[in-house]
Design a protein. Structure first.
Length: 108
């Protein structure tokens, strides 16, 4: 069970979605999941950028130069309208890597 500060923060986020007109619980969970995923992509990109600065090893970028506005660190400071237009336009894309082929479960 979630308690304390984390529960308070989740409840506050839930209230924000509700007041913004998103009342379907599945839609709220979907939006929260998207925001968490966007943040993790940005964290990994920043980690790889720092690693490249230290070691000089190149890496495959998740965000191209013209897609930097889609990074969590960039759009989180914008208002909801600007954030929506940044993420809902044709210039944005979903950064989902292809899943590896499913491996069969070991038989018991």
């Amino acid at each position: 069970m979630i308690t304390g500060d984390l529960k308070r923060r989740v409840d506050a986020l839930w209230t924000e979605f509700w007041q913004g007109g998103i009342t379907n619980p599945l839609s709220v969970i979907e939006q929260i999941t998207f925001l968490m995923y966007a943040r993790l992509l940005d964290i990994n990109e920043a980690r790889d950028e720092n690693r490249q600065k230290r070691s000089g090893k190149p890496f495959t970028r998740r965000f191209k130069e013209d897609e930097q506005h889609l990074r969590w660190s960039q759009f989180r400071h914008r208002g909801p309208t600007r954030c929506y237009h940044s993420c809902a336009t044709k210039s944005s894309r979903i950064f989902v890597a292809p899943l590896p082929a499913a491996r069969p479960l070991p038989s018991s």
